[in-house]
Design a protein around this ligand. Structure first.
Ligand SMILES: Nc1ccn([C@@H]2O[C@H](COP(=O)(O)OP(=O)(O)OP(=O)(O)O)[C@@H](O)[C@H]2O)c(=O)n1
Ligand SMILES: [Mg+2]
Length: 399
């Protein structure tokens, strides 16, 4: 058994001593069968949240109404969720109420896909009433029971299906796929944040092209934030080699292809509720990519854009032109590294020096002069040395 599971065994023993059952469930069991790396484990238990809290002294309530309690154990934290069936789903999102139950199989039955409805006990035995192992072997994503029901219970599951296509390179079983097409519109009911999480995972998966194609084929893209009018840009995205791209580069390329005004770009990113830092970076990359399409890099632009943006822009530029990546990138990198300074702090003189040398009071002129010095250093007109700059300034003033 893998260390990540082994570590949790004492916790399982504690629950069992108290007369309850516990199993590993969900993505960790699926990924274990697939031989993939496992980041965290989810545990399902027959104990109710109150009972879990009695068994373990250190817990955090995270979603008691859904049956989830976090247990602090050793130096780790574990999410324990009580076996449950979900009540009526009135809004295609979350059940209106959940009923805690004592039966594992009933709990597995309410889960989304067969590959996600396998449980594993502490000895490593698999409990697999819905033939999830078979689906994993055949690399198939198939709902547990009726796809119509599973997608009406939680429409986000449709995005999950496509995101798993991207991450696992599985294909979607035919009835599940038909339901995806038929009920794509239900995605309208899902909170943006949840869609964004899935879309970002989709963008990062190995098989992202197939997943993006599926978003188009099923019509799901129409119900993603700001995407309904951008079928063409999504289709265009598929023409490019997307393999090497980071998450932020995927966003930037998408924005570049959508080709909207800067204000609209901002609105589009806001619709996805991305963190501000990320929105700014994506916007910057798009701006520089647009610049790059009509001019080559010069010292000023390299300096202003900075290392991170230059590399992303160059990568995207090459991808847009179907050029191999390596040569021009190392070229540009070398030119950037060769710049005399990378930022204003690296200038050998400061505003204080200028004030002292001139004997004048500080004011806006200081910034103006620093701008001039910065430019001169970047263009190689003067060395970035205190004395050289002082001399250069004296000469300038004489002219
Ligand atoms: N809309 C959802 C979300 C989750 N689940 C169930 O809850 C488990 C855990 O959910 P989550 O951690 O969100 O997804 P994972 O399948 O574990 O995928 P990941 O590897 O991304 O965590 C899933 O495997 C699935 O059994 C579900 O039935 N319906
Ligand atoms: Mg998980």
């Amino acid at each position: 058994m893998m260390p990540i599971f082994k570590k949790a065994i004492p916790l399982f023993e504690r629950i069992e001593q108290a007369g309850f059952e516990a199993y590993f469930v969900g993505g960790c069991v699926r990924d274990y069968i697939l031989g993939k790396e496992i980041a965290d484990v989810d545990i399902a238990t027959s104990a109710t949240p109150q009972e879990v809290k009695k068994v373990f002294p250190r817990t955090i309530d995270v979603g008691i109404e859904h049956g989830t309690v976090v247990v602090l154990w050793d130096k780790d934290t574990y999410e324990l969720t009580t076996f449950r069936t979900d009540g009526e789903y009135i809004d295609f999102r979350r059940p209106s109420d959940v009923t805690f139950i004592r039966n594992l199989e009933e709990d597995l039955k309410r889960r989304d896909f067969t590959m996600n409805s396998i449980a594993m006990d502490k000895e490593g035995h698999l409990i697999d009433p819905f033939h999830g192992q078979e689906a994993i072997k055949q690399r198939i994503i198939k709902t547990v029971g009726s796809a119509t029901e599973r997608f009406h219970e939680d429409a986000l599951r449709m995005m999950r299906a496509v995101r798993f296509v991207s991450q696992l390179s599985f294909s979607i079983e035919i009835e599940t796929l038909q339901a995806l097409r038929k009920y794509a519109i239900l995605l309208e009911n899902i909170a943006t944040e949840r869609k964004t999480v899935e879309f970002e995972k989709l963008l990062q998966g190995e098989n992202r092209k197939a997943a993006l194609q599926l978003l188009l084929d099923t019509g799901l893209f129409q119900y993603l934030p700001g995407m309904s009018n951008h079928e063409k840009s999504l289709t265009q995205l598929l023409q490019y080699n997307l393999k090497e791209l980071s998450n932020i580069e995927m966003w930037s390329l998408l924005l570049f292809l959508i080709d909207i005004s800067p204000t609209e770009t901002e609105l589009f990113l806001r619709k996805w509720k991305l963190p501000v830092k990320k929105m700014k970076l994506a916007k910057s990359i798009v701006d520089w990519l647009q610049f790059r399409h009509h001019s080559p890099w010069d010292n000023d632009s390299l300096y202003k854009a900075g290392r991170e943006i230059i590399l992303s822009v160059e990568r995207l530029f090459n991808i847009c032109h179907h050029q191999p990546l390596c040569t021009s990138i190392s070229d540009v990198k070398e030119r950037y590294e060769g710049l005399m300074i990378k930022n204003r702090q690296e200038l050998a003189v400061s505003g204080h020096d200028l004030i002292e040398w001139s004997g004048q009071k500080g004011g806006p002129w200081v910034k103006g002069k620093l701008d001039l010095i910065e430019k001169a250093v970047l263009h190689g007109e003067v060395d970035n040395k205190r004395e050289s700059i002082r001399e250069w300034l004296l000469n300038c003033n004489q002219n």
